[in-house]
Design a protein around this ligand. Structure first.
Ligand SMILES: *Cc1c(COP(=O)(O)O)cnc(C)c1O
Length: 461
């Protein structure tokens, strides 16, 4: 098909929106390792997991076999408020870069929460409501997840308690107020409300908090209150499953125009958007139907895939969560103050970790000033002001497009534009003032994190 016929934006019709999520695990030969109970080191049973998570979500978490899972009607209805999301052909960027590459991006920032996180938030809130729960607890770092979850809880009439990393609570008052506008109770973490919060405050007075610590607090509060469960915005298999709506729509849009992607690029924090974007493509790759080059992009300041260990580790600082096998920097690793808050997590989805370990995808780490330079260039030609997280993918997509200019290759590059950056203007201000710095942890810094990874037979790394 002639490229001229491809519109700047490919919109699917509502009826073309996928009605099932795709469970990539069904096509994986090496399944992701099971979550372990930290006290027995045995795989977590559905019953144990149900004390923390909703029952239906536990089923999804443990299901390695069912390839397609129906999206319940009320979730589809909510999705229609902001989906299908457009797949944009970045004609303006291609022109600016003078590249023969064809660049596409899937834009997930078209909702009030400003990111893809709403795709899983609404699913998790729905299953909590179905189970007759009163409410949910969660953590939020930069605030995107908390915002998405508060929107989802407001829609289904659930109580929503958010533990927000203290430095974000103070530096991002607007995100905090969006959450409160949607009815969530927002507490700066660490707080005096939980045992783990009090312990952390006693040991580190004046700490500005971390995601791992906020998770511990949220898990503790879910366990303490009747009718409450904990929900998590990334990392887990269930979250990745919900996010496959991104990849399924992307593939449907490309198929509609007979376009085949060569390269798929996404930023990776806990791995949910990237996992969701690549799932249908990776499925083809695993079934031997087609090959794709798949690239995860992470900040050089928090390099879980590129420099982490593949081992069982805790998902939180307080060590109250199950152990997950993943690429990790150690649950007590606190990354330097990078502005892409959503990418500052010590671990990675176990599905993506396994795929990466098996050589089915690549990973690159990039420094934040280069990322913001790419973000700025992108905003000026494509119009959208990207989230700093998303700009990691933009940076690598632009690098690859520039390589195509040198080689003359007409590669088709698809990347995930996960969200908008309107609440990140302090970071943009630093970049604009020339005061943004880069920090790459030394091997010595990383060793401290690795020393905190639990050691037990079978967990050598
Ligand atoms: C949270 C977030 C990310 C990273 O999370 P993943 O689970 O790795 O997708 C990326 N971009 C934006 C805009 C986010 O809010």
């Amino acid at each position: 098909m002639n490229t001229k016929e491809i519109p700047y934006k490919i919109y699917l019709d509502e009826q073309e929106m996928p009605k099932q999520w795709y469970n990539l695990r069904a096509d994986m030969n090496n399944k992701p390792a099971p979550l372990l109970n930290p006290s027995t080191l045995k795989p977590m049973t559905a019953e144990e997991l149900s004390q923390v998570f909703c029952e239906e979500l536990v089923k999804q978490e443990l299901d390695n076999d069912t390839p397609y899972i129906d999206i319940p009607e009320p979730i589809l209805k909510f999705y229609k408020m902001y989906r299908p999301a457009p797949l944009v052909r970045a004609y303006c960027l291609e022109e600016k870069l003078q590249t023969p590459a064809k660049i596409y991006y899937k834009f997930e920032g078209n909702n009030t929460s400003g990111s893809h996180k709403l795709n899983s938030a609404i699913a998790q809130a729905y299953y909590a409501k179905e189970q007759g729960l009163k409410g949910v607890t969660t953590e939020t770092g930069a605030g995107q997840w908390g915002t998405a979850l508060s929107m989802a809880c407001a829609y289904f009439g659930l109580d929503c308690q958010v533990y927000m990393v203290k430095c974000s609570y103070e530096q991002k008052p607007f995100r905090r107020e969006v959450m409160r506008t949607y009815g969530a109770a927002v507490t700066p973490s660490p707080s005096m409300e939980t045992e783990i919060g009090r312990k952390i405050l006693a040991e580190h007075p004046g700490t500005s908090g971390s995601l791992g610590c906020a998770i511990s607090e949220a898990v503790e509060m879910a366990a303490k209150q009747d009718g409450y469960r904990y929900v998590l915005g990334s990392v887990l298999n269930q979250v990745l499953l919900h996010q496959t709506i991104i990849g399924l729509e992307t593939k449907a849009a490309l198929d509609k125009y007979g376009v085949k992607a060569d390269m798929i690029i996404g930023c990776a924090g806990g791995g949910s958007n990237l996992g969701g974007l690549i799932s249908p493509f990776m499925g083809e790759k695993l079934r031997g139907e087609r090959d794709y080059q798949i690239i995860a992009v992470e900040p050089a300041s928090c390099p879980s895939l590129t420099r982490g260990k593949f081992a069982y580790d805790y998902c939180d600082t307080g060590m109250v969560t199950p152990l997950q096998k993943m690429y990790t920097l150690g649950s007590n690793f606190i990354p330097s103050a990078n502005h892409a808050g959503g990418l500052r997590y010590h671990g990675m989805s176990s599905i993506l970790s396994q795929l990466y370990h098996d050589g089915l995808m690549e990973a690159r780490s990039v420094e934040q000033t280069a990322v913001f330079a790419a973000a700025t260039e992108f905003a000026r030609v494509e119009g959208i002001l990207p989230a700093p997280e998303s700009a990691h993918a933009i940076y690598v997509a632009m690098e690859e497009a520039k390589k195509c200019k040198e080689t003359g290759e007409e590669k088709t590059i698809v990347f995930g534009l996960t969200g908008t950056g309107y609440f990140d203007m302090f970071a943009y201000e630093k970049f604009n003032n020339g005061t943004m710095t880069d920090y790459i942890p030394t091997d010595e810094d990383l060793k401290q994190g690795f020393d905190g990874i639990p050691r037990f037979p079978g967990n050598e790394f």
